[in-house]
Design a protein around this ligand. Structure first.
Ligand SMILES: O=C(O)CCC(=O)C(=O)O
Ligand SMILES: [Fe+2]
Length: 430
């Protein structure tokens, strides 16, 4: 999970027309919520999110409003209601448009349980009872043991120490790769310290995840994408997971705020396979709606409402190629949970990822701080919507300020990066 360690305001780059305000608006909600939560610990995250949205994402203004004497207000959507979408279901012809009018509404959370509804109304597909039951339990037991030593990520932001509301660790395939992760890769401007070797059960499950995800991708393309063809910038190659973030949510309050997963090492139109074990929790998604240049109105964050996908023990959720660029996702705090016979109050989540050889930091642009850049996409502004860009993320390192580096990112139709200038650290070998 990379998405929450971002923060301080950046200097705007004059080159970043159409992307610059997106960058600011794009500062992760997670961080803003974490700051507000540390200042107002008694308030639920959803209330904080509402207030933040009502103040166009400004932490200062949201905080001022929260300090003011409370006026009675309802928090929207804390308790969702179950609603079947069967009544709306229609068989989808090959090549049907990706962007269907959402069945969800502003301020309302639709709760989806049924795989057909999930495929129809979100950028995801879900497979229930994914692994043989004993394998799922073995994997859960193994990762619960690993999770004993997982830590919350903490980071300094302004004068607050903010910590992620769950624990996690990152697993790769070899000791060499652990070393490379610790020296070459950057996450939000810093290096990972807790990188582990993939465990025996993670190894055992990997080919099953790989086969299922590739099947789901093929099916998604054939049944839902225009012309039955892959999206522009989506890789035509087989999806091969070579790393996994493992998250542990201990109890109903542990969560992860709204974010999209970082594309820096995955490339555009990334697909992610996400296995859920233990306590069932809600995975929420909402579409990011771009705004016109002159539109100074409130953030569109909740304009189409949220969709809640229920993730039971032993389910595989595939986040498809349209997910990270056009949607945000979160695991919301729960009012209550049903304890699981193996894990008690804990939920384990594994996101298997395909790190692409041609997106290795030895190839990607470096900013003037000499840190490999982060890959972002314009989401909030209609101007340049969907365009990718490289920017500095050193401002997240406590002692560094970051620079105004900005460069549009180019890819061929299959999502292979086109780097204009040879990278000084590139030896073009892999
Ligand atoms: O726990 C989950 O289901 C999602 C985790 C997630 O979004 C992430 O690791 O980026
Ligand atoms: Fe994520």
């Amino acid at each position: 999970m990379e998405a929450f360690l971002r923060g301080t305001k950046r200097k705007k780059s004059p080159e970043a027309a159409g992307a610059s305000s997106d960058v600011e608006a794009e500062e992760p909600t997670e961080v803003k919520i974490a700051i507000l939560a540390s200042l107002y610990p008694a308030l639920e995250q959803e209330v904080l999110l509402d207030v933040l949205i009502a103040h166009q994402g400004s932490v200062d203004e949201a905080s001022a409003a929260l300090r003011a004497p409370p006026t009675p207000r309802k928090s929207s959507g804390t308790i969702g209601y179950q609603r079947s979408l069967r009544q709306f279901a229609s068989s989808t012809a090959p090549g049907a448009p990706v962007h269907k009018k959402s069945k969800s509404k502003k301020g309302v959370t639709l709760h989806l349980y049924d795989p057909e509804n999930v495929a129809e109304h979100t950028p995801c597909t879900i497979i229930h009872n994914f692994l043989p039951p004993e394998l799922a339990n073995e994997l859960l037991r193994e990762l619960l043991q690993e999770a004993e030593t997982f830590e919350k990520s903490t980071f300094k932001l302004f004068d607050n120490v903010v910590s992620s509301p769950h624990t996690s660790s990152f697993f790769v395939e070899s000791y060499d790769e652990i070393q490379r992760q610790k020296t070459d890769y950057h996450y939000n401007g810093a290096r990972l310290t807790d990188v582990r070797r993939i465990t025996p059960q993670l190894v055992a499950v990997k080919p099953l995840v790989q086969a299922a995800v590739n099947r789901e991708i093929t099916n998604r393309i054939a049944t839902r994408y225009p012309g039955g063809r892959k999206l522009q910038f989506q890789s035509p190659e087989t999806w091969v997971p070579n790393s996994a973030f493992v998250n542990c949510y201990n109890g109903p309050q542990e969560s992860v705020g709204w974010h999209c997963d970082q594309l820096t090492y995955l490339g555009p139109r990334a697909v992610i396979g996400s296995v859920s074990l233990g306590v069932a929790r809600e995975f929420r998604v909402r579409r990011v709606l771009p705004k016109d240049d002159g539109d100074k109105g409130p953030d569109n964050g909740d304009a189409e409402g949220q969709v809640s996908i229920h993730l039971p023990h032993n389910s595989l959720l595939v986040m498809h190629a349209e997910m990270q660029e056009e949607w945000k996702h979160s695991v919301s705090p729960a009012l209550s949970i049903d304890p699981h016979p193996v894990s008690g109050n804990k939920r384990i989540n594994i996101t298997y990822r395909d790190y692409r050889a041609n997106m290795h930091p030895r190839f990607t642009p470096r900013c003037t701080c000499d840190v490999p850049c982060v890959l972002r996409v314009v989401q909030r502004k209609k101007e340049n919507f969907g365009k990718y860009f490289w920017m500095c993320h050193a401002s997240n390192i406590p002692e560094k300020k970051g620079c105004a580096f900005f460069q549009w990112a180019e890819f061929d139709d299959d999502g292979n990066p086109i780097f204009k200038t040879a990278h000084p650290k590139s030896d073009n070998k892999r």
